[in-house]
Write a protein that binds this ligand. Sequence first.
Ligand code: BMA
Length: 419
Amino acid sequence: MILQAVRTDRHECCARFSALIQAGLLCLGLSACSDPEPPGTESETPVGSPPTLLVDHRASPAARALWTNLNEIRAESVLFGHQDSLAYGVKWRNEAERSDVRDVTGDYPAVFGWDVGNLELGHEVNLDGVSFEKMQGWIKTGYQNGSVITISWHMNHPATEEPAWETSPGVSAILPEGVAHEDFKAYLDLFAEFVRGLEVKSSDGGTELVPIIFRPWHEHNGDWFWWGTRHTTEREFIELWRFTVDYLRDDQQLHNLIYAFSPDRSRINVDEFSADYLYGYPGDDYVDILGLDNYWDLGHSANEASVEQQQEDFVSSLSELVKLAEQKFKIPAMTEGGQDTLFNSNFWTEQLLAGLMANEYSKQIAYVLVWRNANREQEGKDHFYAPYTGHESADDFIEFYQYPATLFQSDLPPLYEQK
Ligand code: BMA
């Protein structure tokens, strides 16, 4: 039964899966294979268009191309990403076209991460002081130069306007029956307005919205955000995720979003990876990218395991993530992470690259995004994940940059064109 329900486009699209299909290993109990089309969407896909594999069956051609191309090139390469890269660095701010990554390597990241926390409060700058207007400009430039854009959201609570880290109340207040549901929808409306501002010229002479890998409600398996465990039940979390997707896709009609799910590694036992990883999983119809936030195995201050054990766990986490993603026809990615302040000067080759290149599975991770380089003067502390000029790990980072499999902006093939 299930085999009969497999849509042929899935076969055609992913040559990498065909060997498995021939071997009879696929589609045994995988819900992605049997998920029904939402009513009325299949017929709207123009004949001859690329196969639709995304949460949004009406995703824009550029968004579909991005997913398909990322899925293809991950076999050979891994894209390097950096949060807030163009907005500030450890020793600079408000300088056009600068990035600590570029200062060290001469190249920009292949993935630019941004966060829209505080957009919902009507602020002009995000929770880390980045102007939303400038962010829109950087997103467009990053896209026009061929890089990938991803957005996370440290959302204040709609009922209290308290920061993401203020854990009370949890999610129930903002679900459809909750007292703050309309406030929550108003937050999503502001996000939709921001996204609609990401309009660029398309190759056919019209306009289109920059494709965005949207990563809401991250690290929900931890207890540090109000949408996390202890403040929100698993059922509530799933409802929250599905509502968010349904609202942005169907009510707001945004068709440039690719949805990434990203639990935190610290709350996953690598020996029980799938079971722990899938806590709060909203279903294959609601997720395009299986992400993992991993600071834990890369020298997190609270991790008491030996360096060797952490590296072993790092490899396991990446490998298990890839296996799970491939079963589900999703793209695996390390959506956030790194080593705060880079105290190992060989971090890039000894830890990150060694982990990524460890085996045939870990090599299939599509991208890695390291977190932001806080401005030392403005924030009064050291909190950075990419090296800056003169930092002890800069030479090692150049080695990471030069390694053939790591892709930075100038290495990228056209990601937004369907082949
Ligand atoms: C955290 C830290 C905070 C920051 C937040 C949102 O990991 O970097 O300083 O405010 O992310 O970017």
